[in-house]
Design a protein around this ligand. Structure first.
Ligand code: E4P
Length: 219
C-alpha cells in the first residue's frame, strides 16, 4: 500500500519526504486555503519536493468549468492528479478528462455505489472518506472493504485511496481492507512511529552499552 501525505504545508512535506516513506501528496481546497497560497504555485512547489502523485482539486461546480480547470491543473506537472467531487458534474468532468488521458481522483466518496460510478467514469483514484463516516456512526473501513470487493469482481483498475484516516489503527485497517493508498495528516504520520516499548527498549540498549564501554570512544 502506498502512503500519501494529506497536507498543503511545505515544511510537513519536506520532513516526511526526508524519512523516505511518502509516495505522494493529497490536497483539498480547505488545506490550500489554510496556507493562503495560490493553488498553482503551491502544487508546483509540492511537485518539486515529492516525486509521486499530487492531487490538486478543482473548485468550480459546473462540469465545463471543472473540465477546464482540470486541464489547467494537469499542465502544472506530470505528477498532478485532478481531484473532482463525486457529483454528477464531477463524474461528467471525470469521464471527459479520463478520455483525454488526464488522471483523476474522485473524492468525497461515501458509498460503494458512488465508487462504482467513479470507476465507470474512468477515475484513476477514488477516495472513500473513512473518518467522516466514522464521525456519523457508520463504519468507514467497511466501505473500503466493499469497494475493494466490487472492484475485484468487476475487474476495475481504479485505485482505492483511503482518506480521512485519523489514527494509526485506521491506516493499518485500510491496508487490510484492500486500500491501494492511504493518505494521512502529518500528526497521524508521526503517530505511526510511536510505541512506548520502542523508546524503552532503545534507552535500555544504549544505557547497557554505555555502562560497559563508557571509556571506549567508537570511531
Ligand atoms: C483526502 O483527500 C482529504 O483531503 C482528507 O483525507 C479529508 O480528511 P478530513 O475528513 O480529516 O478532513
Amino acid at each position: 500500500m502506498k502512503l500519501f501525505l494529506d497536507t498543503a504545508k511545505l515544511d510537513e512535506i519536506r520532513r516526511a519526504a526526508a524519512w523516505g516513506v511518502i509516495d505522494g501528496v493529497t490536497t483539498n481546497p480547505s488545506l490550500i486555503a489554510r496556507e493562503r497560497a495560490p493553488i498553482e504555485d503551491r502544487i508546483r512547489e509540492i511537485c518539486g519536493i515529492v516525486d509521486g502523485d499530487v492531487s490538486a482539486a478543482v473548485v468550480s461546480k459546473d462540469w465545463e468549468e471543472m473540465t477546464h480547470e482540470g486541464r489547467l491543473l494537469s499542465r502544472i506537472h506530470s505528477n498532478v492528479v485532478v481531484k473532482l467531487p463525486l457529483t454528477r458534474d464531477g463524474i461528467r468532468a471525470c469521464s471527459i478528462l479520463s478520455k483525454e488521458g488526464i488522471r483523476t481522483n474522485v473524492t468525497l466518496c461515501f458509498t460503494a455505489a458512488q465508487a462504482l460510478l467513479a470507476a465507470k467514469a474512468g477515475a484513476y483514484i477514488v477516495s472513500p472518506f473513512v473518518g467522516r463516516l466514522d464521525d456519523i456512526g457508520a463504519p468507514g473501513l467497511d466501505l473500503v472493504r466493499d469497494i475493494a470487493a466490487i472492484y475485484k469482481t468487476a475487474g476495475f483498475g481504479t485505485l482505492i485511496l483511503a482518506a480521512s484516516l485519523r489514527s494509526p489503527m485506521k491506516v493499518t485497517g485500510a491496508a487490510k481492507a484492500g486500500a491501494h493508498i492511504a493518505t494521512v495528516t502529518f500528526p497521524v504520520l508521526e503517530a505511526l512511529f510511536e510505541h512506548p516499548l520502542t523508546q524503552k527498549g532503545l534507552d535500555q540498549f544504549l544505557s547497557d552499552y554505555a555502562s560497559t564501554f563508557q571509556e571506549t570512544a567508537v570511531g
